[in-house]
Design a binder for this molecule. Structure first.
Ligand code: URA
Length: 205
């Protein structure tokens, strides 16, 4: 089965990650991004939430989940009773990948090679924080954490997958929820995200 790729030997102090990350040249995404966006949260967090990559707002702020998707995630976390300062929040890829369109910067899904190039940092965070549960938002994060074949979110979202001592729960990415045009479909997906957060809270408490 899929293996969570955690390399405990790579554990390094978390406070050193942000500067090391910003100097990362493992792929080319640093060239156009403003800065690397590190994960953040308590080192003792039992829950880790992993997104895909920083968005436009996160790239500018240098902080994860501060834009529209982060706001939806924050609301869902509140509803599920998950405190933002009880979770380590990070991304599979630490630099923003985008395509300029006029004055706007349009999100581009990172290539698997870029996710792989960035995997070192996610593994370092997992090794240092040692969460009990990882909530993986969307297919990129799910695959980055579990490895293996491309993830089918419709099949996997909301399920707890045991990987040794770690539990991985794939969930809808908040950006995906925001993109659903049909209000009922959007509300259904939002509720599934809240349910996945509740399960993550229950299993990590
Ligand atoms: N989307 C993500 O996956 N991560 C962020 O930090 C912001 C938006």
């Amino acid at each position: 089965g899929a293996q969570v790729r955690v390399d405990a030997a790579r554990a390094q102090p978390l406070r050193e990650l942000p500067s090391a990350l910003d100097a990362c040249r493992n792929c080319d995404l640093w060239r156009h991004a403003t800065q690397a966006v590190p994960g953040a949260g308590p080192e003792s967090a039992r829950l880790m939430i992993v997104g895909e990559q920083p968005g436009d707002a996160e790239d500018i702020a240098g902080l994860a989940f501060v834009g529209p998707a982060g706001r939806l995630l924050g609301t869902a976390m509140n509803e599920a009773g998950v405190s933002r300062d009880a979770a380590w929040m990070t991304n599979a890829v630490k630099h923003f990948k985008f395509e300029p369109r006029g004055k706007r910067r349009i999100h581009k899904t990172p290539a698997q090679a870029e996710v792989d190039a960035c995997g070192h940092w996610l593994r370092a965070e997992i090794a240092a924080v040692k969460p009990r549960v990882i909530l993986a938002l969307g297919a990129t994060a799910t695959r980055a954490v579990l490895g293996g074949a491309p993830a089918s979110m419709a099949n996997m979202q909301g399920r707890a997958i045991a990987q040794g001592d770690l539990i991985v729960i794939p969930a809808w990415h908040p950006s995906y929820v925001l993109r659903l045009a049909e209000p009922q479909a959007q509300e259904a997906a939002r509720r599934e995200l809240v349910a996945a957060l509740r399960l993550a809270k229950m299993l990590s408490d």
